[in-house]
Structure formats: structure tokens, C-alpha cells
Design a protein around this ligand. Structure first.
Ligand code: LLP
Length: 415
């Protein structure tokens, strides 16, 4: 729990607002974000990087709500995007396209065109084929595309295998051993301008050492390039800093940035970072209501109105999210499986949790600000949850609950 979510007289609050009030006003399931927590995270990066030429490019995929993007844009953020859709969101939210870096292994021609027209800062190119296509697309528009190669440093991020990206066997980036040749090739292309080097080794990293190992490998290539007369303007060291879900002890933002800066000592290139989770993860929770208590022979189930379609991380990665009762007292603690109404055994949000609840109790699923709403789906024809942002004692609805009609609006019955 961060300070922004806390108990007051036994009731769970988001900043100055009782979560019970949010549930009765907006219904459940509902994502609740703390404006102060979002702001504080971003400011920690800004102050740790103070005095250094830098750009914090928030990784949009972690939480793409327009209100979140707009807040970061006003704080000075750039954005790391992985689709044309994310670029449209950034622009709709008032973000500056000139501060956008575009990552991803499968950029399409039309996405390239859209990004070139918008005048983004840099394409993080992930393969030789993509480089060829980008050169061609930029040529057809009479433009030069600014690029960095996303180098795969083959470093073990020591995280969940599904979110590890910097190993040889992963689909991401250009193989370390091929990067020099590809840079030489890019240097000779008429519609490509080399501006940087990029790497991102994974997500939810709880140690600093893999980041530093990756930086060292990147710097080795930077020096090789410099010897060949290819000078870089920026180094993009990706995202990946982890958060505390349960008992992890990830480095603080300040510690992580200090370690990077010390590994970069003497280097003058602009430093770009692409944090996602660490900026939003602990700034959000998913508020849900217990529908039924079901006592089984072996287990007790608390069936809640949120499900794997709202928060997929437990089902997909066996991820742990702390679950807190909105009312801390009043009922005996019992151990429950916290499950949703979806017809899948994998539809659980927490296992073996001791909680003081009855039917209609409210629960807060913590650390849900990152990869929660952004990975949600409409499985079982479940409209997506509402999202609110709390700022002091005010609550702003930042996304309305979906309606079922919206879900099938594009579908047609054949005559
Ligand atoms: N940059 C690139 C190129 C990325 O692929 C990612 C995340 C980030 C930045 C941001 O990483 P972060 O700072 O958030 O760790 N759905 C998974 C996480 C997938 C992360 C994918 N890439 C989860 O729920 O844990």
C-alpha cells in the first residue's frame, strides 16, 4: 500500500475519498487511480535525472487512459508507443509527438506513415526487414526517419519468462552480434538518420545488476560505432523497473537512476528511459464487490464482480496482487479463494486470502494500475470497468463503464 491508499477509521481511502463512496457512485468493478501517486512517481524520475539531458518516455501500454497520458504530458513526459493506436491516444491526450519513441517488432507500413507524418522523435527498429521497410516508407513520403536499433543484449532479467525480453531466444530486438552490421547498413540508407541506440530487457525487474550489465554491453557498441564515425545523440535504456506487489524489494527510482547515471559517467548523450509499471502500478487499484460467499468442501470461495477479463495478470502470469477489505473490521477473518464469475477455472484474482468479509463487502485489489485495464477484455460479454481518478477529495470519472450495446455495435446479422 502506498500512502495514497490508506485506512482512516478502519475504512480504506484513496487520497481523501472513501472507497465506499466511489463504489456507490460509480459502481463496481471500478479502477481507481491516485493523481498524487502518479505525479509523485514521475517527479521522482525528474528529480533523479535533474541536471542530465533526458526524456522520460512513459510506456503507454502500462495504462493508456487519456487522463493518465495527459497528466504525464503536463509533467513533461514523452511516450514509448508500440502501435499506431497508442500514437493516436498520445495525440488525443495532448502529448507531444516529437517526444514519442516507437518500439515493437511488427510496425506496419501505415503505422510507419502515421508516425512519420506526426514527426515522432525516433523509431526503435527491431529487425533488418523493418529497417528496409522504414527506409522505403520514409522515401515515399520524402522524409528521413530517425532511428535507433533496439539491441538485444542477451542479458537475463531474472523475471517471469513471459515478460523477459532481452535474451537471445526472445523475439525482441536485433541480435547483439548483428547490430554493428545493421548500423553500418542503416548509415548508408538515404531515408534513415541514425540518432540512438535502444535496449529493453524485460519487465518487473527487482535487481539493478541486469540493467547495468545491459548498459555495459550497449556502451561497448556505442564506442565501436563512434570509432567508425557514427555518433549517437541519445541512449534509450528502456523500462522494466519493478514494483512491490507482495514482498519484492525493488530498488527505488532514485537508486535505479543513480546506478544508470554512474554506469554512464562521462557520456553526454541524451538519456531516454521508458518506464511503465513503476509509474502507474501502485497508483491504481481495482475496486470490486463480493457477490456471493460459497462454502465448498475443501475451500471457501468469495465470488466477486471483477474477473480475469478485468485483471488478467493472476490468470496469465500467476501474479500476486494484494487484496484488502475496504472495511477492515466487523466480520471474522476466514480464508477464501477470490474468484470472478467467468467460466474458467483460471478466473481467480487471489488464492488463500484471509479476509473479514461477507456478501456485499467491498475489496480492493491492489497494485492494479499497470497492465490491469490495458490488458482487459470483454470475455463473457462483460463490459469493461469504469475508471476514476482521485485528486485530493475529488473524484473524476476518466472512463465510463462500457455498455453491452457498445460491445456488439460493430457486429452484423447476415440476411
Ligand atoms: N519499453 C518496451 C519496449 C517494452 O516492451 C516495455 C514493456 C516497456 C518499455 C515498459 O516496461 P515496464 O517499465 O512497464 O516494465 N503485461 C506484463 C508486462 C509486459 C511488459 C511488456 N513490455 C505484466 O502485466 O506484467
Amino acid at each position: 500500500m502506498t500512502d495514497h491508499f490508506h485506512y482512516q477509521d478502519g475504512k480504506l481511502f484513496a487520497e481523501g475519498v472513501n472507497l465506499e463512496d466511489i463504489a456507490s457512485r460509480y459502481g463496481t468493478p471500478c479502477y481507481v487511480y491516485s493523481h498524487a501517486a502518479l505525479t509523485e512517481g514521475f517527479r521522482q524520475f525528474a528529480s533523479a535525472l535533474n541536471g542530465r539531458d533526458h526524456l522520460v518516455c512513459y510506456a503507454v501500454k502500462a495504462n493508456p487512459n487519456l487522463a493518465v497520458l495527459n497528466l504525464f504530458a503536463r509533467l513533461g513526459a514523452g511516450f514509448d508507443i508500440v502501435s499506431g493506436g497508442e500514437l493516436q491516444r498520445v495525440i488525443a491526450a495532448g502529448g507531444d509527438a516529437k517526444k514519442v519513441v516507437f518500439s515493437g517488432v511488427g510496425k506496419t507500413k501505415s503505422e510507419m506513415r502515421m508516425a512519420l507524418d506526426a514527426g515522432i522523435l525516433c523509431f526503435n527498429v527491431e529487425s533488418a526487414a523493418e529497417l528496409d521497410l522504414l527506409n522505403e516508407v520514409a522515401g515515399s513520403l520524402g522524409k528521413k526517419a530517425a532511428i535507433s536499433l533496439r539491441v538485444n543484449p542477451d542479458v537475463d532479467a531474472k523475471t517471469h519468462p513471459y515478460i523477459s525480453t532481452g535474451l537471445k531466444q526472445n523475439k525482441f530486438g536485433v541480435a547483439y552480434t548483428e547490430a554493428m552490421d545493421l548500423y553500418r547498413k542503416a548509415n548508408a540508407m538515404s531515408n534513415i538518420r541514425i540518432t540512438g541506440m535502444d535496449c529493453h530487457i524485460g519487465s518487473q525487474l527487482t535487481e539493478i545488476s541486469p540493467f547495468i550489465a545491459a548498459v555495459e554491453k550497449v556502451l561497448f557498441l556505442v564506442d565501436e560505432l563512434a570509432r567508425e564515425g557514427i555518433a549517437l545523440e541519445h541512449l534509450d535504456l528502456g523500462g522494466g523497473l519493478g514494483i512491490r506487489y507482495k514482498d519484492e524489494t525493488p530498488p527505488a527510482i532514485s537508486e535505479y537512476v543513480a546506478a544508470l547515471l554512474s554506469a554512464l559517467e562521462g557520456r553526454t548523450q541524451k538519456l531516454i528511459l521508458e518506464p511503465g509499471r513503476v509509474l502507474v502500478g501502485n497508483a491504481g487499484l481495482l475496486l470490486t464487490s463480493v457477490e456471493y460467499i460459497k462454502r465448498g468442501e475443501e475451500k471457501n470461495f468469495a465470488i466477486v464482480d471483477a474477473a480475469m477479463n478485468d485483471l488478467m495478470r493472476p490468470a496469465l502470469y500467476d501474479a500476486y496482487h494484494e487484496i484488502l477489505p475496504v472495511l477492515r473490521e466487523g466480520h471474522a477473518h476466514e480464508t477464501y479463494e477470490i474468484v470472478g464469475p467467468i467460466c474458467e477455472t483460471g478466473d481467480f484474482l487471489g488464492r488463500e486470502r484471509a479476509l473479514p468479509i461477507v456478501a456485499q463487502s467491498l475489496l480492493a485489489i491492489m497494485s492494479a494500475g499497470a497492465y490491469g485495464m490495458s490488458m482487459s477484455s470483454n470475455y463473457n460479454t462483460r463490459p469493461r470497468a469504469a475508471e476514476v481518478m482521485v485528486d485530493g477529495d475529488r473524484v473524476h470519472l476518466v472512463r465510463e463503464r462500457e455498455t453491452v450495446e457498445q460491445l456488439y455495435a460493430g457486429e452484423r446479422i447476415i440476411a
